[in-house]
Design a protein around this ligand. Sequence first.
Ligand SMILES: Nc1ncnc2c1ncn2[C@@H]1O[C@H](COP(=O)(O)OP(=O)(O)O)[C@@H](O)[C@H]1O
Ligand SMILES: [Mg+2]
Length: 265
Amino acid sequence: MSLSCFDLSVVYGQRTALDHFSLTLEKGEVRALIGPNGSGKSTALHALAGLIKPAKGKAVVGDMPVASMSRRVLARELAFLPQQPTAPDEMTVAQLVRQGRYAHVGLFGSYGPEDEKAIDWALESTGLSALADRSLQQLSGGERQRAWISAALAQQAGILLLDEPTSFLDIGYQVEVLDLVHRLSRERGVTVVMAIHDINQAIAVSDRISLLEKGKLRFDGRPDELAETELVQQIFRVKGRFVRMSAESPPHFDVELARLRETTA
Ligand SMILES: Nc1ncnc2c1ncn2[C@@H]1O[C@H](COP(=O)(O)OP(=O)(O)O)[C@@H](O)[C@H]1O
Ligand SMILES: [Mg+2]
């Protein structure tokens, strides 16, 4: 499913959190949303998911404006994992993941074989089958994060919006989540927008990158094009450079930390 938004602006009180933001994704594209804290990444995802009403502009799923779709109809097309999702502590992993199917189950909430299959697949894809009966409060931060990813996967929507899905995960699970995102896009044609802090992970997993600063889109293009600019250094106020291990390998942002080492030595 394609996803786009045009000229989206979101205002909180006096503050413009998102300023004329546009984005177009083809089916199966992976887009990384990067930018400093407070630059509007979560706001953009909420607006795409139809969870905040923009002051201006619109989001479109396929050829339907998000604002015209009911929650249930939208949930069949689009799954959103917020940055800090909440659920009752007593809820089990299996219950949470089952909730991901709510848009699919019938009026009387009966789960069919298709639903069970989707739930099993979602648990397995996130390595949680053995923990299905644990309550959320009995999980580590990383396991809980995976349980939420699993619930989003169970929804089996054509569009997946993920807000910093790898935070709280150790590097092994970070790579696993990125690998899963890559496979969903390539094997199932899932369209993904993911807010992510790690520039190199963004480069590795995405077809295109959108870079936000103070609610404004500063860059929209391929990772190798971003590496040709000085925008990362300017916007994040860091010293560093893009390097390549070989001509074929993707650019890698090498941030300068030597100064810190000098002062602590
Ligand atoms: N519910 C809210 N009410 C008021 N201001 C908000 C709200 N949510 C976010 N903001 C502000 O909007 C800006 C963008 O926030 P956010 O989208 O969360 O950024 P990011 O996800 O890139 O860190 C920030 O200045 C933040 O303080
Ligand atoms: Mg955020």
